[in-house]
Design a protein around this ligand. Structure first.
Ligand SMILES: [Zn+2]
Length: 430
């Protein structure tokens, strides 16, 4: 490693000038994971999560770069001065590298150019209703934003669920006094995800803008993306580990700890979703880490009122590895979906995303034989609650390096907060 980068890869036993030698015999050395979709909530809602806890959890989970979606922030990151304020607020707290999404929550996308110049790696648009902190956009403003994105060479990411279907079904359920878990699921049907995804693809075809579909929950939505890509359209997509291991039965049985949007789907869909991860249609697996306080998961006022979001930044790599290898998929899928795919989509490839000469020395030593069980105590989150608590498996990141610096080993922090750096779209550091 030289100047924080990988200087050589060799099979020969040469002792390089090294400050530190780490023996990884019997283990995998993966490139650090890039979590392209995480809400660290700092500043603004740092009683849900903050940068210290969120980046420590990331480091423990083998994530060396987080793309933070600063919309559950107060204020949300929607212009260049807020970009600078956000950076100022978190830079001394980061244990791993990070980049920012920008938010497009206004009907007039007039801040896109300044946000793009500030260095956001992508813009986020909500088509479906989410939390009161965001505004969803209709197809008119979205079309205008995509025309702008095409001229800037910017990427636009979507929460793809149709607003009007969901709002209509929510209102109908509440009017009829139906507030249960099954009612919540019925208010967010698969058709809402398919319609929104199809709309985005149509606008990509018209505008030429690059689009990224966040948290694809169902294989039928993945199939639309596969067809768009085979047409040559610049459409990328992610899914999350919760859609790959849990189903709606978990939500129906155990409640809001499994609540997220789009919602968990039927078991048969979970199995088929894996086909699209394996064939590379879904090029990244992210956490959509959406933490909350324990009380916010209460279903006292019905399932609709409970917080929708699952904490998973720490467990993505271990859960994905365990679930993939149980399905007899190759461990090479881990660096493809967690590092290379994300880096290529978000403009970080060459710096991040591979173990190769000249890349940042972001490395994870992964023990394929280490058995684990997710307990609240094992989580570094501010709020130690997650749908993944109770899950057991095999294969765990045991040491994490960010640009050559050991930041985590065996569940312990090994560097000072503040060593993580802001990565900008244009290739530089903030
Ligand atoms: Zn999200």
């Amino acid at each position: 490693m030289a100047q924080e980068k990988i200087a050589a890869i060799t099979r020969k036993e040469i002792v390089w000038e090294a400050r530190q030698i780490e023996d990884a015999a019997g283990k995998f050395v993966f490139p650090g994971a890039i979590d392209v979709h995480a809400h660290l909530n700092d500043p603004g809602y740092n009683w849900r999560e903050d940068f210290e806890h969120g980046t420590m959890a990331a480091a423990a989970g083998g994530v060396t770069t987080i793309i933070d979606m600063p919309l559950q922030n107060a204020p949300a990151l929607t212009d260049a001065s807020l970009f600078r304020a956000k950076h100022e607020a978190v830079q001394k707290k980061a244990l791993v590298d990070y980049a920012f999404w920008g938010g497009l929550v206004d009907d007039t996308p007039d801040k896109m150019a300044e946000l793009h110049d500030a260095g956001v790696v992508a813009f986020k648009i909500f088509i479906g209703p989410v939390s009161p902190d965001y505004r969803s956009l209709g197809m008119g403003p979205i079309r205008e934003a995509m025309q702008k994105a095409a001229s800037l060479g910017a990427l636009v990411g979507f929460h793809a669920e149709d607003y009007s279907i969901i709002k209509h079904e929510e209102a109908r359920a509440l009017r009829e006094g139906r507030k249960g878990r099954a009612d919540f699921l019925r208010s967010r049907p698969l058709s809402a995800e398919l319609i929104a995804t199809e709309n985005v693809i149509n606008l990509v075809r018209e505008t030429g803008a690059g689009a990224h579909i966040c948290h694809v929950s169902h294989p039928d939505a993945a199939e639309l993306i596969r067809r768009a890509r085979s047409e040559g359209l610049p459409v990328s997509a992610e899914t999350c580990t919760h859609y790959l291991v849990y189903s709606e039965e978990d939500l129906l049985r155990d409640g809001a700890i499994y609540k997220c949007a789009p919602p968990l789907r039927e078991r048969e869909a979970v199995d088929r979703l894996w086909d699209y991860v394996a064939d590379g249609t879904l090029q990244c697996v992210a956490s959509d880490h959406s933490p909350c306080a324990q009380r916010e998961k209460s279903e006292e006022n019905g399932a609709f009122e409970a917080w929708g979001g699952i904490s998973g930044i720490q467990t993505t790599m271990q859960v994905f590895y365990d679930a993939a290898t149980r399905r007899n998929l190759s461990p090479t899928l881990i660096p493809k979906a967690l590092s290379e795919g994300p880096a290529r989509i978000f403009g970080l490839y060459g710096r991040k995303g591979a173990v190769d000469i000249g890349f940042d020395a972001d490395l994870v030593i992964f023990d394929p034989d280490r058995e684990w069980s997710v307990t609240p105590d094992s989580l570094f989150y501010l709020n130690k609650i997650s749908a993944f608590v109770g899950l057991k498996g095999k294969g765990l990141p045991v040491a994490t390096f960010v640009r050559g610096k050991l930041v985590h080993k065996d569940g312990e922090r090994k560097a000072d907060w503040g060593c993580g750096r802001l990565k900008l779209k244009n290739g530089g550091d903030g």
